[in-house]
Design a binder for this molecule. Structure first.
Ligand code: MN
Length: 240
């Protein structure tokens, strides 16, 4: 129902990305895609209203409740995007490689699949939910940043439950649907959009060690955050 922006940004004769799809009745699904566009990021998607509400998370999800991961809300994606893996060719929006890094069902905090309360939370800017994925499990929250310069900036935070951990879950680089990693796709498609993990190994950002600089790097399919300091709390770190 709300795929207008998604469709406006893409030319479906030039990209293999899905155009639609009908959600199954029953349990709601989530998916996290790892996407090497102009910069590596993770796309966090929750099924609501038959589409995938989507956030681009530059650093990826964390199991550590102390981490508050910036999540820029982007356009709704079609339901069929949930299994999309492969290559978005050069010249297209979000050009690069995509794997399904995690997927599963999710419920509201009380174990329900009550979309009404989720949509109300979305409107309010605070959603709490339980993920039943292969990599991500337990309670998470998405919290909209109030009074920020950017309307679409949220934080993805793990709640402190039995699934909370200091383990860096992003060291797991493989798709949950296939053997693919971004490196394998880069080799297959002959591009350089590989499995660059974290900020340390990302070529363009290795010199970004100071917190005073504003993030200027642009994702090809996500808005560039303008102020890095307010979104990462007191720890003044660059965004990626
Ligand atoms: Mn993306």
């Amino acid at each position: 129902m709300s795929l207008i922006r998604y469709k406006q940004k893409r030319r479906f004769d030039a990209t293999p990305e899905p155009t639609g799809g009908r959600a199954n009745k029953g349990k709601l699904i989530f998916v996290v895609q790892k996407h090497s566009a102009s910069h590596l990021h993770y796309d966090f998607r929750l099924e609501m209203e038959g589409v995938l509400k989507s956030w681009a998370v530059p650093k990826g999800p964390s199991l550590n409740p102390d981490d508050k991961r910036l999540a820029m809300m982007v356009e709704d994606h079609p339901y069929d995007y949930k299994d999309f893996e492969g290559n978005i060719p050069e010249g297209n929006y979000g050009a690069g490689n995509v794997i399904v890094w995690d997927t599963g069902t999710y419920t509201t905090y009380d174990g329900d699949s009550d979309e009404k309360s989720l949509l109300a939370g979305l409107k309010k800017g605070h959603i709490t939910f339980i993920l039943h994925g292969k990599k991500l499990k337990g309670e998470f929250a998405l919290i909209k940043i109030r009074g920020g310069r950017q309307e679409n900036a949220w934080l993805l935070v793990k709640a402190d439950d039995k699934f909370a951990s200091k383990e860096d879950i992003t060291v797991k680089t493989k798709s949950v649907l296939s053997d693919a990693t971004l490196d394998k796709l880069a080799a297959k498609y002959g591009n350089e959009k590989g499995d660059i993990r974290g900020d340390k190994t990302q070529k363009k950002t290795t010199t970004r060690k100071t917190a005073t600089k504003k993030a200027t790097a642009k994702e090809s399919d996500m808005p560039a955050p303008r102020s890095s300091s307010r979104t990462t709390g007191s720890k003044k770190k660059p965004l990626r």
